[in-house]
Design a protein around this ligand. Sequence first.
Ligand SMILES: Nc1ncnc2c1ncn2[C@@H]1O[C@H](COP(=O)(O)OP(=O)(O)O)[C@@H](O)[C@H]1O
Ligand SMILES: [Mg+2]
Length: 249
Amino acid sequence: MEMILRLEKVSAYYGKKSALKEVSMSVPKKQITAIIGPSGCGKSTLLRCINSLLSEEKDASYTGDIFLGEKNTRDIEGDELRRRIGMVFQTPSPFPFSVYKNMTYAPKYNGVHSKKELDRIAVEKLKMTGLFDEVSAELDKSALKLSGGQQQRLCIARALTVDPEILMLDEPCSALDIKSSAIIEKMLAELKKTYTIIIVTHNLAQAKRIADRTVFMYDGHVIEEGPTDEIFGNPKKEETKDFLSGVFG
Ligand SMILES: Nc1ncnc2c1ncn2[C@@H]1O[C@H](COP(=O)(O)OP(=O)(O)O)[C@@H](O)[C@H]1O
Ligand SMILES: [Mg+2]
């Protein structure tokens, strides 16, 4: 199994407060890795270390090493790293522009100017997220007029316009209804043929349904990681067993 991302003893701090404690883990290429664990255990902080957003926050920092392929991410410039590792947040947050402009904004920023190429990218990624048929007649409509589920799929499509290697999603379905969540789950199962996916979810059933690999975090530590079937079916650590059986959440 090829690992695209490797963390070695990553510790993160907000001021003096430690939020991640020597986290080591690996992410397999073109699979879905779910990160689960109680609120405040460090899941979002972990994602912000991976794409180096944490280093841009005042008073926040991390130690340890993160490797994207063979390269230490500290040696990759921030913008470049965040092009290669896309990110989607909990609250759907399209730019307050048209659907088309949402889809061409990042490619333009990265130097694509031919209308034909911009159209191609927009159509390809909207199709990948199942949105094209729904919005093709109204690409000039404001993205904010779409439903919540459509907005979130647009944010995923937008993240894909610069062809990242890894797509990270931080609780992408928590603000959505069951039907919209199901559409997104189905879409992620398709997208993993092309991209590596890391998803933080508080929905254990969702992790069980879609993740190949699951990482359980507690109090800034990775307690246990492995194939999803093993983590859910035969957890080895007491904390994992307690969390999965609902002792705390
Ligand atoms: N910007 C911040 N400043 C200070 N503490 C923070 C900040 N962001 C998160 N924390 C703290 O770091 C810990 C981990 O937070 P977070 O990564 O958001 O957890 P999760 O995503 O698992 O809910 C929590 O104790 C949280 O209060
Ligand atoms: Mg979080």
